[in-house]
Design a protein around this ligand. Structure first.
Ligand SMILES: *Cc1c(COP(=O)(O)O)cnc(C)c1O
Length: 365
């Protein structure tokens, strides 16, 4: 049962963290067992912290089934800095790179890619306001590109690449920020995955990179800042400098929580079931609608609209009055969005659907 004093937080990020994880962090915060001080204060070179980072990585490897020939890196600068890091590590300056644009984050990734590479857009779903995922066939991907980049779960538009694009020999890179650990991702289908932590891996301050070692184990242009260099991060166990210790500690607790609760398969089932209930309600509603092609719908970010802005405002107010917050759509698109990551309690989605039904029946609180 969820704590009654806590709201149901549908935020797209930073987002809800499981109560068990918060309570564990609270317990460890004054004195981390065996360290005599908190994780906020300990040296990153201490045995205690080495154990924290090693356990976090090992746990992530187990729950995502990450093979040994992939590196796991804990990087700073969020997912956004990975837009730059991917380009600067995988491509020589001016080399070709391919992008699919399926929303705001892939657009931003392309813009950063252009600073370093000859980035080309090979697919774009803006013609239908990013409401679908395009098909990618090998002939669309320039085979001399250094990599092909997608945003695999479009947090703002509520779409997901459920079908693997065919890239041929070109390394395949995916930003999984808003579905990592919420949906089963086949690591071996990718050459590089990255994700900002604050959606499903704890607080902000970190991005996780999972990359094929042979792809990043190479000398890159010395002009690239050392903090962006994947090989340096890999060779130094993600501790070339002081890492985001607290974010890594929290991510470790999140990984352990997923593991204890049935692994990513169980997370996906739970996310699938609650999203399906919400989509079913929306599809049969006369007030709420969702524009996304059904086969491309996200199970972690469900978007929906109401007929007018007044309706939207009234609905958001009613939901807030019932303890449901952050249901407003992204500032760039409006409408509503329910982000349902692993930390959201079971009671939240049914409460949201009940609120939508009551709204449709004319209630306003
Ligand atoms: C949130 C998000 C980002 C941006 O993450 P930051 O950590 O704020 O840089 C990038 N891509 C996707 C898919 C996201 O959901």
């Amino acid at each position: 049962m969820a704590n009654k004093e806590r709201v149901f937080n549908f935020s797209a990020g930073p987002s809800a963290i499981p109560e068990d994880v918060l309570l564990q962090a609270q317990k460890d915060l004054f004195i981390y067992p065996g360290a005599g001080c908190s994780v906020l204060e300990m040296s990153h070179r201490s045995a205690s912290f080495q154990e924290i980072i090693d356990n976090a990585e090992a746990s992530l490897r187990r729950i995502m089934d990450i093979p040994d020939d992939y590196a796991v890196l804990f990087m700073q600068g969020g997912a956004t800095l990975q837009f730059s890091a991917v380009a600067m590590n995988l491509a020589k300056q001016g080399q070709k790179a391919a992008y699919a644009v399926t929303g705001q984050f892939s657009k931003k990734a392309l813009a950063e890619g252009k600073r370093w590479t000859d980035a080309v857009k090979i697919a774009d779903s803006s013609d239908k306001n990013f409401s679908y995922i395009p098909d990618i066939t090998e002939d669309m991907v320039p085979q001399d590109a250094a990599y092909f980049h997608i945003c695999a779960n479009n947090t703002i538009y509520g779409t997901t690449w459920w079908r693997k694009p065919e890239t041929g020999k070109v390394p395949f890179v995916a930003d999984w920020s808003s579905a990592i650990l919420g949906a089963q991702i086949k690591v071996i289908d990718h050459d590089l995955i990255y994700a900002g932590a604050q959606k499903n891996m704890g607080p902000s301050g970190m991005a996780v990179v999972i990359a094929k070692k042979e792809l990043i184990d190479r000398e890159i242009d010395p002009v690239v800042p050392i903090m962006l260099n994947y090989k340096v991060a890999m060779d130094n166990g993600s501790m070339y400098n002081t890492p985001p210790c607290f974010s890594i500690y929290m991510a470790g607790l999140m990984f352990g929580w997923v593991e204890k609760n049935g692994g990513v398969a169980a997370m996906e089932k739970r996310n699938h079931d609650r999203a399906a209930a919400l989509y079913e309600y929306i599809d049969n509603s006369k007030t709420f609608s969702n524009p996304v092609r059904p086969c491309d719908r996200s199970i972690t970010n469900v978007t929906f609209t109401l007929p007018t802005q007044e309706d939207t405002d009234a609905f958001l107010k009613m939901a807030k009055g019932r303890g449901m917050i952050n249901l407003k759509g992204h500032r760039s698109v409006g409408g509503c969005r329910a982000s349902m990551y692993n930390g959201l309690p079971d009671e939240a989605a049914p409460a949201l659907i009940a609120c939508m039904k009551d709204f449709e029946a004319g209630k306003r609180e």
